[in-house]
Ligand binder design. Sequence first.
Ligand code: UDP
Length: 192
Amino acid sequence: MKIQKILNFNFVSATNQEFDSVLVKRLEDRQNTFVVTANPEIVMYARSHPEFAKLISKSTYLTPDGIGIIYAGKQLKTPLNERITGYDTFLYLLQVAQEKHLKVLFYGAKPEVIAALEQKIKTEYPNIQIAGAFDGYLSDSTPVIECIKNTQPELVFVALGSPKQEEFIDQNLTLTTAIWLGIGGSFDAFTG
Ligand code: UDP
């Protein structure tokens, strides 16, 4: 897949379809995959926090989620193909999980949002095996970590906002072979 450097970050420059296919292939090949979906705020934060910059540069794929990243690419004469948002990728992977009966873990958002999400998944995506669904306001993440270890989900969606979600993924990436996706406010959008 084509990668384009913007301000020293390696962005995916592909269509959504190409990117989705790569993710499905990695799922089939059982390759652990960390996806960061970046908006300009994340890039600016990374530029002033070297540890975070290092963390996102370790991700498998960094996608241009925000339109601002697309504009920056144009401006700097290193254009990207198109926006690849966390939300669209989330919806696509849910569909794949429904088709392939995948085991999925959801972590993040307010308790009432995660409860609504769990309900919606059960009715609209009945083949998905819900490994766990945890809200993002737990005093510590030990129950989530234990659940990942015990259930070995194939998809892990983390919606804690940035940089928390990327830090959580980075710290726990070796616990299961999965596609790990940091997706900001996507659970709110999904249930809203
Ligand atoms: N969130 C969370 N725990 C926290 C802080 C935020 O679960 O400690 C959730 C929040 O409820 C929301 C999501 O993180 O569902 C993303 O928040 P935000 O809209 O700030 O992120 P963005 O989409 O801008 O990255």
